[in-house]
Ligand binder design. Sequence first.
Ligand code: NDP
Ligand code: GDR
Length: 347
Amino acid sequence: MTVKKAFITGITGQDGSYLTELLLEKGYEVHGLVRRASTFNTRRIDHLYQDPHAPEVRLFLHYGDLTDGTRLVGLLEEIQPDEVYHLAAQSHVRVSFDEPEFTGNTTGLGTIRLLEAIRNTGLTCRFYQASSSEMFGAAPPPQHENTPFHPRSPYGVAKVYAYWATRNYREAYGMYAVNGILFNHESPRRGPTFVTRKIATAAARVKAGLQDTVHLGNLDARRDWGYAAEYVHAMWLMLQQDQPDDYVIATGTSHSVRDFAEHCFAHLGLDYRDHIRFDERYLRPSEVDDLVGDASKAEQVLGWKAATHAPELARLMVDAELDSILRPSIPGTPHRASVAVGDKVTT
Ligand code: NDP
Ligand code: GDR
């Protein structure tokens, strides 16, 4: 039996770590793109890391960057993947207002660099683009695959560019290229500056007596929050269909930031109003007020449906934070007695 090969950009991110777990479980050989940093940035996948000298290794990491198209061509030629999951991006909406050009270069142009690298190497691999509900921006809810885009940030604008690049390569070159339009999905592995993780961490630390308050911006924004571990399964399903197509992935329910805070703090017997303070630094020049996804197409065609909704998500994130205060690690990743730190990345 031939082993399928997957290439994941953004393997060190929240989604990359869950997707790697899923694909390894399914028997794939997984190759990930890792940015060179002065410190290791692989903590979310350290529990999956295998000694490259061991027999039957199926996880390989390669240095590279979305801004380096030549490297992407070289890696694709070397790896010859069957499936490419393009998850890497400057993914923070607030930061995209500070770094609009960089965000455009990585989140937008980075996608076309990768598509062009696939085309230039003549690969017939399948391509997944991590599109976002931020593309809908100001469009009223519920949002579905045919809702017109109205992005409200440089990040949203860059994702719209990448979305259309993906569709264009499908139409122009017959590539199996799909957009997963994912609404917010969270987990204990979420980056610490995204609002759900920031709140869950604060609630646990308040409970543990490590801090008393947390500063937030707009508490009235509403989001459709699902669980990242479930959403990566939808990514995989999208690449297993007979025909390439685009899908919204969401829970179909929305909650405000205030609701999420209430759930997190109440889970620990605390009142969020005693611990949340306002700081205008966390406001955005233009905000996305209300996102609620209609994922009925994904349910009908892929057989995918969200199981975890915001209240349960809040509880599981807070529990993981409390656990990590007691046993320091990346919340939501299994504890490992020792992690080898050398030879991780194939140079
Ligand atoms: P993260 O921010 O957790 O991870 C982003 C990943 O991209 C990291 O591995 C990061 O590497 C990598 N990366 C960033 N810039 C570059 C670059 N120039 N070259 C190579 N790699 C780079 O994001 P998520 O896992 O949450 O999201 C995955 C994708 O899905 C992103 O594209 C995001 O925009 C999109 N998305 C996310 C949603 C969500 O709710 N999570 C919803 C919809 C779309 P490093 O670890 O070194 O920083
Ligand atoms: P979002 O996620 O912008 O939806 O993008 P984020 O968690 O950053 O913000 C959600 C909402 O919370 C409000 N908010 C705050 N946000 C942050 N980060 N920090 C705060 O202190 C704070 N206070 C209030 C925000 O204004 C916003 O309304 C995420 C990213 O993962 C994108 O990459 C992805 O495409 C979208 O989700 C779908």
